[in-house]
Design a protein around this ligand. Structure first.
Ligand code: SF4
Length: 76
C-alpha cells in the first residue's frame, strides 16, 4: 500500500499577532488560544484550505512541513 503524504502544521507563537485570519479560513485546523494561533492537529492530510490559511498569514507565522522529511511546503 502506498503511503499517503501527510502535512505537519506549526505556528510560531512569537510571530503570531492573533489576527484570526488563519482560523477564519481553516477553522478545523487552527484556533486562537490566548491571542495566538495553535494548530488543532499536529498532522493533517493535504488540504488546500489549510494551504490558503498558511499563505494568508500576514506574519508568516504558520508553516506546512512534509511530515515525512520536514521539507517546508508553505509558505513559499
Ligand atoms: S493569520 Fe497569522 S498572525 Fe493571524 S492568527 Fe493566524 S498565525 Fe496568527
Amino acid at each position: 500500500m502506498a503511503s499517503m503524504k501527510r502535512w505537519r502544521l506549526t505556528a510560531d507563537h512569537d510571530a503570531c499577532l492573533g489576527t484570526g485570519i488563519c482560523t477564519a479560513i481553516a477553522p478545523n485546523h487552527f484556533q486562537v488560544i490566548d491571542g495566538r494561533s495553535v494548530p488543532s492537529t499536529e498532522e493533517t492530510l493535504p488540504d488546500e484550505t489549510v494551504r490558503d490559511a498558511v499563505e494568508s498569514c500576514p506574519m508568516e507565522a504558520l508553516r506546512i512541513l512534509d511530515a515525512g522529511n520536514g521539507e517546508v511546503l508553505a509558505p513559499l
